[in-house]
Structures are given as C-alpha cells and as structure tokens.
Design a protein around this ligand. Sequence first.
Ligand code: AQP
Length: 339
Amino acid sequence: MTQTTTARRRIFSGIKPSGHLTLGNYLGAVRRWVQEDQDNADALFCVVDLHALTVEHDPARVRRLTRQAATLLLAAGLDPERCTLFVQSHVDEHARLSYLMECTATDGEMRRMIQYKEKAARERSSGTSVRLSLLTYPALMAADILAYGTHEVPVGDDQTQHVELARDLAQRFNQRYGPVFTVPRATNPRISARVMDLQDPTSKMGKSHAETAGIVYLLDEPEAVRKKIMRAVTDSGTEVRYDRTAQPGVANLLDVLASCTDGKPEVLAGEFTSYGALKKATAEAVLELLRPVRARHAELCADPSYVEGVLRTGAERARGLARPRVDAAYAAIGLLPPA
Ligand code: AQP
C-alpha cells in the first residue's frame, strides 16, 4: 500500500449476480460509483458472487451473470485505471474473514435483518428450504467491507441495515480484541435510493423477483423498456403530484425521471398534466440514460479477454490489500499464526 492510498478515503461496494442488473441497481448504486466514487476515493467494486449462492440457483447461470455484471459495470463507466474491479470468490480473504464475523455477531442480530425475513418468507412460500447462508450472509458482507479498511459504502437504501451491522461488528471486534478494523458508514444517493417495482410501487425493484413486468433491466431492448414504463401502475386520480404515500406509483416515476435528468421530483410534478405524458417522458429519459451503457456492453462482449484481464488484475490488488488486515484479525482473535 503506498503512502497516497493509505491517506485516501476508501470506498467498497458490491453487486450480487442473482439476476440481470436493473434500473434500481443502476440509479441506486452503480451510477454514483461511476460518476463520483471512482474519482474521489480509493474505490473497490466487487461482483459478490458468493452472495448469489444463498438462494436456489443454477451454477451455469451464476457464472454467466457474474461475467455479465462485471462487463456491465465496465460498460457503465467503471475505469480499471481509476478503481479496482474484481470478483469476490477470486479473493479468499472474504470467506476467511466471514467466519470471524460469524464469531462476533449474534444470531438475534442476523434474524432481525429485513432482507433475511423477506427472502426467507419468499423461499418458504415457494416450498424451498431456507439456506443457512441466507441468515449468515450479512456476516460475509461485513467481511467484504471490513477486509479493506473501508470508510464508506455507497449503497441503495435496502442495504443500509447490513452496513450498519458491519459497523457494529467492527466496533465490537475492536473493543474485544484490539483495533483492527476501520468503522465504515453507508452513504445513499439523494434520490432513487429505492427504485420501486413498476407493477407494485410499494415493493422494491429487485433483480431476482419472479414477476418481471415491473422491472427494467439494463439490457432490456428499448421497446421492452418503453412498454414496461408505459404500463406502470399509477394511482387513482389524474393529478400528477409528488406524494410517496398517497401516490406511490406516480412518485416512483417522478423519482426515476428526476434521477435520470438530475431534476427535482417535486418540481417535475408541476410540468405534467397527465400520467401518460409523465410515463412517456420517463421512458425517454431512461432510454437516453441506458443507450450508451448498452452500446458499450455490446462492444465489451466482443472482447471477453479484456474483461478477464481487468478482473485478474483487480483480484490481485484486492488480495494484497485484504491479506494483512485479515491476518491481523486472525492473530487478534487468538488464532496461532502458521510458523
Ligand atoms: N430498487 C433499488 N433501488 C435502489 N437501489 C437498489 N439496489 C438494489 N435494488 C435497488 C442497490 O444496488 C446495489 C447492488 O444490490 P445487490 O446486488 O447487492 O442486491 P440487492 O440489494 O439485494 O438488490 P436486488 O437487485 O434486489 O437483488 P436481489 O433481488 O437478488 O435481492 C446495492 O447498493 C443495492 O442497495
């Protein structure tokens, strides 16, 4: 680690290859990684493939989605000259540290996690047994973050609780065993911290949801994007108002439009006299935003060895950064170092 990188703020964030990346992932996280984080900090971004194994999955699909997510992150503008991009399972330190996090956390803490409750309920209702890793995955996420001495974790709203847990675990570990970890904090975007499903604006747009009509994927064809947005569920009434409680469907569209055009949802509301016009403007803004990402993705797909090279170099750097801190945690907790 050089003098300059130690002094710089460190940012870590990840994306799980549990489905095709969505507009929610893009507006809630990826766009900020590209536009702000990679230039303002020593930033590490990770395709967190181990997290995709916490629910029923197809191995070939996870592999495919991992490559696709990495390619899309580069297509969205992550620049390997300005940040470190890698795949979680390529760096053993994540799994190594995860166990120590499980030895620091309590089972009550894990069971309180909202994502666990929601996903476990979904698995049970579809007759699938709930994997233990679904419960313990926040410990692995804490390891992802803490292994790098991370100061900030830019995430969408749904991940804030997990970052807060990582914060608690860092503090607890440091108090019990000595100061090994930096205490991180979550940062959320100003708008679009939670993009909602277009067909059910009371629930989050999630990439692994079975019902796809309300989910805009980054690689959807333009016609499909248009159709999904034009068919978005709006609210009874005709007036365009920004009211998240009374008009969640309309508010979601206004949030997306504001996020795409760098506007303010409350101000934009005044510019539309019908839901149809709002939907049309939102669809065009989303298409405009995604057009260059799709084009660059197609170019990168033609050059898979470039993407592989980026991931190889990224993993080498990440390993070098994580190893000393994870070794220090092993020593601090009482494990005899190898001779
Ligand atoms: N709907 C969303 N709005 C805003 N931000 C979102 N993020 C996810 N969905 C939205 C943010 O995207 C980043 C990567 O998310 P993830 O891959 O770690 O998984 P997740 O948070 O569990 O998101 P998904 O897409 O809903 O995946 P599934 O369906 O598998 O659970 C995070 O910063 C997240 O906050």
